[in-house]
Design a protein around this ligand. Structure first.
Ligand SMILES: C[S@@+](CC[C@H](N)C(=O)[O-])C[C@H]1O[C@@H](n2cnc3c(N)ncnc32)[C@H](O)[C@@H]1O
Length: 276
């Protein structure tokens, strides 16, 4: 495990500068979007909370669209709640919830009115975390290292979710973070991840990628940029069940439930009598 940590220490978590510059120019010539953003900024977010700067929105979403940012965060909040309630779990019973890879709080901001639950967020990017620290005062946020233990105790959280984060990790990093999230999850607690467990029809896959996937072998595109939005991983359901889940029980896999980017939602449960 620690060999991997060393290998990835310098991995870039932000899109390369040249890519960001090109995308920014493309945004600036999209006058319609520039005007829409200006109107939302003036009017304010429907939830009454501050809107992160566009450069932070771009870091987490790969686009410069405030409305979409807020809408996608709200949709995630809905499908997280729906996945739990579909499986007979009442989120109100959770005392401590962690958003792993929380970015600039696109999802976290939606939990503002959930009383009796303490929210935590962690992300590798200090720029995103300092915005959350300043503007989302109901959340306890921290920056984490790219791949080392989090500063939380064992068995601390009732529920951990991580949206569109493991989909940017390679196999080693996914395995590392699974172990770590399992460590801090309470026995009987739940973990929700978004993953690509099925091949989506809007991508072109090479015959080799398709064959690997059909044989239950995960593959990664742009692995050099692991952790950034430009790295994309595909983890077949068979692999999720047989390897990624480790000692967790799989409660549910819902295809395309993460509606905005058509990722699949996977809900795991840590057994009560887990041996670590
Ligand atoms: C696509 S964004 C999603 C952010 C957030 N979950 C959301 O839905 O708005 C991926 C996030 O994963 C974070 N990330 C990447 N590598 C990470 C790591 N090793 N540990 C924690 N967060 C990481 C990035 O900084 C980024 O905020």
């Amino acid at each position: 495990m620690y060999r991997i940590v060393k290998h990835m220490k310098n991995a870039s978590i932000e899109q390369p500068l040249i890519y960001r510059v090109i995308r920014k120019i493309m945004y600036l010539i999209n006058i319609g979007l520039v005007i829409r953003n200006a109107k939302i900024k003036k009017k304010g977010s429907p939830d009454g909370l501050p809107i992160p700067p566009l450069k932070l929105i771009f870091l987490v979403t790969d686009w410069y669209d405030i409305e979409k940012f807020l809408e996608n965060g709200h949709n995630a909040f809905i499908y997280i709640k729906d996945t739990l309630s579909k499986n007979g779990i009442d989120i109100k019973n959770f005392k401590k919830i962690l958003d792993f890879g929380c970015g600039c709080g696109r999802i976290l901001r939606n939990w503002k009115n959930l009383e009796n639950t303490k929210f935590y967020g962690t992300d590798v990017n200090p720029r995103l975390i300092s915005w959350c620290k300043k503007y989302l005062d109901f959340v306890d946020v921290k920056t984490n290292k790219f791949s080392s233990k989090l500063g939380y105790n064992d068995n601390q959280f009732d529920f951990i979710y991580s949206v569109s984060v493991f989909t940017h990790f390679n196999e080693e990093l996914q395995s590392f973070w699974m172990d770590e999230l399992i460590r801090i999850l309470k026995p009987g607690g739940y973990l929700l991840l978004t993953l690509r467990t099925s091949l989506k029809d809007f991508y072109d896959f090479t015959p080799q990628e398709t064959e690997m996937f059909e044989n239950g072998i995960p593959f990664v595109r742009n692995e050099k940029l692991v952790g950034s939005n430009l790295c994309k991983s595909y983890t077949p359901e068979k692999y999720v069940r047989e390897k990624l889940a480790k000692n967790l029980e799989i409660v549910d896999i819902i295809r395309d439930a993460a509606v905005d980017f058509r990722q699949d939602v996977v809900l795991f449960k840590k057994p009560l009598n887990v041996s670590e």
